[in-house]
Design a protein around this ligand. Structure first.
Ligand code: ATP
Ligand code: MG
Length: 317
């Protein structure tokens, strides 16, 4: 388990991280979101024991990261934002070196290196000097390095940045495979990625925690949540009038009309669900509903709203 309490980091007068507290349980893939300069990297570096906190405390599986960084780091695989590697080493040689530092020797060391080369699909560049690797391969070598000691906690700072679509998918699949037995915290600017792999998302802005919850829950805060698109066989103006009179409908926007089929967008009051009311109204008028789609909301809308206003979304228990 991870526990962070009142974490603060000051650089001079500037608070890069401003009183952040949260807990994460095993089995969580936590997406860490926020605009450029929000404090994601700073938070992750403190959690990984590479940057001392100004104040506040961090525990990783019960170990205080400030008091005992070396012991805490055995629990952690940390993938930094930039890819600091030893350029003159080969990919395989570098991983052997990391395994050695982590205390593995002989057959055990080789087994672990083979395993991460395989899981990160680096077999083909094993003997290639790191300085000659493309960006995506460098990034994956960096990821392989975090996995060598099979730590229960992974802190990944933009792990899929710079990867091609196929490699992004490979990394997402790896994360999903490992998720069950670990805590994985990853920062990203790719919101689809959060929806695809994260069971929980936190949004920070100007160093403060602004939203925390399951992606589907956060999306419920977006303006488009529960907007209903209806296709109905009905007379044009009448349909708009009847649906517009449903109590939870704020307004009706006609989309298209052809051959007696109306496509309408119904905007709800207060993000209420409209489906039942619409079906009932259509039945009363003997109109056939041929299609209906309720919007599940959009994370990018929530992101913009949260990071440009004083709104806060707390995690429900
Ligand atoms: N070593 C440092 N000295 C001074 N200021 C720093 C230092 N490191 C980070 N900062 C500042 O702290 C703030 C947060 O930076 P941080 O790198 O944590 O943001 P981020 O959320 O990771 O942004 P990005 O999405 O661009 O990676 C920024 O204003 C940054 O300039
Ligand atoms: Mg960053």
């Amino acid at each position: 388990m991870i526990k962070v309490e009142h974490l603060v980091k000051r650089f001079g007068l500037r608070k890069a991280v401003d009183d952040i507290s949260f807990e994460v349980e095993k089995g969580t893939v936590l997406g860490f979101l926020g605009p450029n300069g929000a404090g994601k990297t700073t938070t992750i570096r403190m959690m990984a024991g590479y940057l001392p906190a100004t104040s506040g405390r961090i525990w990783v599986n019960g170990i205080d990261v400030n008091e005992d960084p070396v012991r805490a780091q055995r629990q952690i695989g940390y993938m930094p934002e930039n890819t600091p590697l030893y350029d003159e080493m080969t990919a395989g040689g570098f991983l052997e070196f990391v395994a050695e530092i982590r205390g593995f020797r002989g057959a055990e060391r080789s087994r672990r290196v083979d395993e991460v080369l395989d899981s990160c699909m680096l077999g083909s560049v094993r003997h290639q000097p790191i300085e000659t690797l493309s960006k995506g391969y460098r990034r994956r070598t960096c990821l392989a390095q975090t996995l060598i000691h099979d730590p229960p906690v992974l802190l990944l700072d933009e792990p899929t940045e710079g990867l091609d679509p196929n490699q992004k998918q490979v990394v997402r699949d790896m994360i999903e495979r490992m998720a069950k037995d670990k805590i994985i915290m990853l920062s990203t600017h790719v919101l689809e990625e959060v929806e695809a792999v994260c069971s929980r998302a936190m949004i920070i802005s100007e160093g403060r925690l602004k939203a925390d919850g399951a992606p589907a829950e956060l999306k419920k805060r977006s303006a488009s949540y529960n907007v209903l698109t209806v296709e109905v066989l009905a007379p044009a103006e009448e349909a708009a009038k009847v649906f517009g009179a449903i109590p939870d409908v704020e307004r009706v926007e006609p989309v298209t009309e052809a051959g007696g089929k109306q496509v309408l967008r119904l905007i709800p009051k207060d993000r209420q669900s409209l489906a039942v009311g619409v079906i009932e109204a259509a039945a009363r008028h003997k109109w056939m509903v041929v299609g209906m789609r309720s919007d599940s909301g959009r994370l990018d809308e929530v992101f913009r709203q949260i990071t440009t206003t004083d709104d806060v979304i707390r995690r429900s228990a």
